[in-house]
Design a protein around this ligand. Structure first.
Ligand code: FB9
Length: 489
């Protein structure tokens, strides 16, 4: 008979098992096995188990040896003749341990004294109380607490603990446990025994199995959420697989003048090799040169001598708007059709780094290119985009960008922080940028941008960008960071 059957069948015909230890001895099953079964039956309320805890003193090996040979202090006292004995002679007479412990204890008891190398008795007779106390403990007698403390201090006794249970029938008692099943199987249906089955409750708090697989970085999870939002809004993703860009596409094509401070090496990473771009569309370059120098299309231009060698310089793109300029130029090379483009990728700026800024970040950019678009359309598409991020309260502040006019900074009211947070920048690309590309006169482009790092840091509660991006990132964060769900899925 197994332990479970023994316990349940005993309780079926008896009120209680008063002591699991005695019960296990009676049925000849190891007490640990009985305890495990009791815990399981208690967990399923088949039994009600109460803890029993017993403690008693047992002799250590040293303690047991004193009950036979006597305590070392008595052994030492008996080895000292009435006339006394030289210390060296006494040391040869008894066991070294007996000598060491016995001397200190006998002197402490004022049984002997050690003067000028001679050990002599101070009393005629001694009682071996330690031995008597140890024997009393061995016989299960209760002794005084002070004596216990002394014997414990000398490590002659140790506390023995025993834990067991007393148990009675529980509210779900049954003479035989019906093993709860987890799944209703084809066999159950065929056999028909499903009618008598008991199903385990779902554990809604059970954690999923740990996936021993790769893990996505929070930035990539948030990027995917932004990508979904853009795709749901009908935007096409632009090809951003070129970190290296020419100054022409990154600045000149955007009508950003060559003496603009952002084009200085203090703000931009220029390449040494290859330092210059290989090929540009020459006819377009001429039109860009002209619009910078003399304007056109109603613009006065900047009136400076535009230099080709400046435009040829290679750099690490400072914004994904460089990609937007390439895409809009390509769009202008064929009969016009409206487009919505987006990009999310790394950009590089040679700027001071701090807790929330590195020399690179991921820019998110969206643009809509169509005939007759207005600032109202830009405001509308921004409300639609940010609403999908859960940001419905927006405010706009006039701003300046070299390549957009008008431009606006975008603010959203953050309910958590209870304040307005800058969430991006936007504007309408200037005609000096669009017309030299060859886009029709009535076509305008509304565009906006934000960073991927800022929302990710807020969503994941990260306040130092080095904990999110770079060589110091904790791989545990990569493994355990929660899923990210933005907007309407
Ligand atoms: O991302 C930014 N802020 C932000 C965005 C989302 C967000 O979501 C949270 C869940 C609530 C929270 C904050 N910003 C833009 C604003 C600030 O963080 C700013 O201090 C830092 N800006 C970066 C540039 O600074 C080096 C963020 C980055 C930025 C700024 C402008 C653009 C892109 C990125 C742009 C543009 C643009 C404009 C016109 C046409 C085309 C592109």
């Amino acid at each position: 008979m197994g332990a479970e059957e023994a316990v349940l069948s005993f309780l079926e015909s008896n009120e209680e098992i008063s002591d699991s230890g005695k019960f296990s001895a009676t049925i000849g099953i190891d007490h640990n096995e009985i305890v495990n079964i009791i815990k399981s039956l208690h967990g399923f309320r088949l039994v009600d188990a109460q803890d029993i805890k017993r403690e008693w003193w047992v002799l250590t090996d040293e303690g047991r040896s004193y009950t036979v040979a006597g305590s070392p202090e008595v052994q030492l006292f008996l080895a000292v003749p009435p006339e006394g004995i030289p210390r060296e002679e006494l040391q040869k007479k008894v066991d070294p341990t007996v000598f060491k412990i016995g001397c200190s204890q006998a002197i402490k008891n004022k049984w002997v004294e050690m003067g000028k190398g001679l050990v002599s008795r101070k009393v005629q007779h001694v009682e071996d109380r330690v031995k008597d106390l140890l024997k009393q403990i061995q016989d299960g007698e209760v002794i005084d607490a002070k004596d216990i403390d002394e014997l414990k201090r000398r490590k002659l006794i140790a506390l023995q603990t025993w834990k067991g249970y007393s148990l009675r029938k529980g509210p779900n008692f049954a003479p035989k446990r019906v093993k709860a099943v987890t799944d209703l199987t084809r066999e159950h249906l065929q056999k028909g025994d499903w009618k008598g089955l008991e199903f385990k409750d779902y554990n809604y708090n059970a954690r999923g199995a740990t996936l021993e697989a790769g893990h996505l970085h929070p930035l990539l999870k948030v990027r995917e959420q932004f990508r979904k939002i853009f795709l749901q809004m009908g935007f096409e993703e632009m090809p951003t697989n070129n970190f290296v860009e020419s100054s022409f596409w990154n600045f000149d094509a955007l009508f950003q003048p060559q003496q603009h401070p952002a084009r200085d090496s203090h703000d931009t990473f220029f390449l040494q090799d290859p330092s210059t771009t290989k090929q540009l569309p020459e006819d377009y370059v001429e039109r860009v040169k002209h619009v910078h120098e003399s304007g056109g299309h109603g613009s006065r231009g900047y009136g400076y001598e535009w230099k080709r060698e400046e435009a040829d310089k290679n750099l690490l793109r400072t914004h994904t708007t460089a990609v937007s300029s390439r895409m809009l130029y390509l769009l202008a090379q064929k009969p016009f059709s409206p487009r919505r483009y987006f990009s999310i990728d790394r950009v590089f700026r040679n700027e001071a780094v701090d807790r929330t800024h590195l020399a690179e970040f991921h820019q998110i950019e969206g643009l809509v290119c169509d005939r007759g678009l207005t600032l109202g359309d830009l405001i509308g598409v921004l409300h639609d985009f940010f609403a999908r991020l859960g940001m419905s309260k927006l405010r706009f502040k006039p701003a300046y960008n070299p390549y957009t006019e008008p431009s606006m900074e975008i603010f959203s009211y953050h309910e958590g922080f209870k304040k307005w947070v800058e969430v991006g920048n936007s504007g309408m690309f200037r005609p000096e940028m669009l017309l030299p590309m060859g886009l029709p006169e009535d076509v305008s482009v509304i565009a906006w941008g934000l960073s991927l790092e800022r929302p990710t840091m807020i969503l994941y509660g990260i306040d130092n960008i080095r904990d999110l991006f770079g060589h110091k990132v904790d791989l545990g964060l990569i493994q355990t960071n929660p899923i990210c769900r933005l907007g309407v899925q």
